[in-house]
Design a protein around this ligand. Structure first.
Ligand code: UDP
Length: 476
């Protein structure tokens, strides 16, 4: 069979976090809609978590059967990670990732090797999340084109890409208590050291995230293609500077790509509570949505100050408090009497369909940890943000939202500790005066244009597909 007739097949290995899974699923559907065959791979423990949350009575669930019925060639499978299924990965995060960084590459190598040898009639390529430390070696070994999906803003990619430059200038490890403007990173006009990712800070030096991210970025440079879940018009300078170093395509916001059967795929790691009826009893733009995403842990003091702040603000709110947000073994999350104090003004949920909540007209603001998906989803819905970042990319995302796009405000200045009176004052004035309806509308328009058929993200995706096909055929 001639090379041009052989089916081209993407092996996609997902990272087991909600904020990575959502855009990765959209990318799988997008690639399949362009005629590629796809094998979507979940880690076995994540598959079970999803299945138990949504398909409790079934034993064998194929999350992509709905997409296949619509004509897309997506197969679904799972693979083991380095731990037994019952091991609590969330509660033992450092141990889990330390072991994964060391032992998972061999498992991934074996897994990909088996797929390649079991399907000799297809030409294979690899699509992985940038935060995997094994794809470069595996792609080389099996002669696969290596596509990397970055699920955070290009700004963060660019800073981590120039890790050595930061080190040469004394900003890695970056002193925790020093505030300086960094103006030497190509594509980043200026960023204050306080807004850098937490894994670049001195207090994290030697930690698992720091070592893992450095490893990841050493090998990310060898990817054949980097897909960025951002929008060209939002980060033009950074993206264009990155073009000088790597084939780089802004194709976001992936969660809002058009004409994809995303609703046929189970993605939410927890079952969702529906608060539509409650929201519909509220006036337009009157409700504050509060959520800190799927991953981070915080402490009781933060939750208490927020809780009292919400009570004192007198604003209506929906607050998602994920089970496990305080770490394990902690059961009482909120101050005694909190629910009585807020009564029908406040709704506490363990998890929801965030995109649905943000798109409800009753929601007028989002108090967020600035996870990148949450940021994109809020901007997509035209909902301005109160930003309270904790770690990873979140401080950089705050800078983009508040300082560059003027689409949000800080909950407190300089990542300081929370005080309930200040929290109440900030929430009250934000919900009464808004941040700037004009900016929320402008950013929303930019994002919505990008995913139109002639929008920048769609054009970039088409360009990527052409370049990918050319590279695959040149290499095989
Ligand atoms: N999310 C959700 N329901 C919730 C809270 C969050 O569906 O109650 C989703 C949200 O829509 C987003 C993802 O979880 O797509 C969180 O990703 P993000 O990058 O914002 O933060 P992370 O969880 O990675 O810190």
């Amino acid at each position: 069979m001639g090379e041009r007739q052989r089916k081209v097949h993407g092996i996609m290995v997902c990272l087991p976090f909600q904020g990575h899974l959502n855009p990765f699923v959209s990318l799988a559907l997008k690639l399949a809609s362009k005629g590629f065959a796809i094998t979507f791979v979940h880690l076995e423990f994540l598959y079970r978590k999803l299945r138990d949350a949504h398909h409790a009575n079934e034993t064998d669930v194929d999350f992509f059967s709905g997409a296949r019925e619509l004509g897309l060639d997506i197969r679904f499978t799972t693979m083991a990670d380095c731990f037994p299924l019952e091991f609590d990965r969330d509660a033992n995060f450092p141990e889990y990732w330390e072991t994964m960084a060391r032992d998972f590459p061999a498992l991934a190598d074996e897994f990909v090797g088996n797929v390649v040898s079991s399907e000799p009639d297809m030409i294979h390529f690899l699509v992985t999340d940038t935060i995997h430390n094994w794809p470069a070696a595996v792609a080389r070994k099996y002669n696969l084109v290596n596509v990397s999906l970055w699920t955070q803003p290009a700004l963060v990619y660019c800073l981590a890409y120039h890790w050595d430059l930061l080190e040469q200038n004394g900003h890695f490890p970056c002193k925790d208590d020093v505030e300086e403007e960094i103006k030497y990173v190509p594509g980043v006009e200026s960023i204050n050291t306080k807004d850098l990712m937490h894994y670049l800070k001195e207090s994290q030096f030697g930690s698992v995230p720091t070592r893992m991210m450095r490893l990841v970025f050493e090998q990310a440079k060898t990817a054949d293609f980097v897909l960025q879940n951002t929008v060209e018009e939002l980060e033009p300078q950074t993206l264009s500077a990155l073009h000088k170093y790597l084939p780089n395509y802004a194709i976001g916001p992936l969660n809002f790509s058009k004409n994809l059967p995303t609703n046929t795929v189970t993605k939410s790691l927890w079952s969702e509570s529906d608060c539509t009826d409650w929201l519909e009893s509220k006036p337009p733009a009157s409700v504050l949505y509060v959520s800190f995403g799927s991953f981070l842990h915080t402490n009781k003091q933060v939750l208490e100050e927020l809780a009292y702040g919400l009570v004192l603000s007198e604003v209506d709110f929906v607050w998602v408090i994920r089970r496990g947000i305080l770490g394990h073994g902690e059961t009482s999350l909120l101050p005694t009497g909190f629910q009585d104090a807020v009564r029908e003004r406040g709704l506490i949920l363990a998890w929801c369909d965030q995109i649905k909540v943000l798109s409800n007209p009753a929601v007028g603001g989002f108090l967020t940890h600035c996870g990148w998906n949450s940021t994109l989803e809020s901007m997509w819905s035209g909902v301005p943000m109160i930003c309270y970042p904790f770690e990873h990319d979140q401080p950089c995302n705050r800078k983009l939202v508040v300082d560059d796009w003027e689409n949000g405000v800080n909950l407190c200045e300089d990542y300081g500790s929370l005080d309930r009176e200040q929290v109440a004052h900030k929430i009250k004035s934000f919900m009464n005066e808004g941040v700037s309806g004009k900016n929320a509308g402008r950013v929303r328009q930019v994002m919505q244009n990008a995913v139109e058929i002639d929008g920048s993200s769609e054009r970039n995706f088409d360009r990527f597909v052409k370049d990918l096909e050319a590279k695959i055929h040149a290499q095989n």
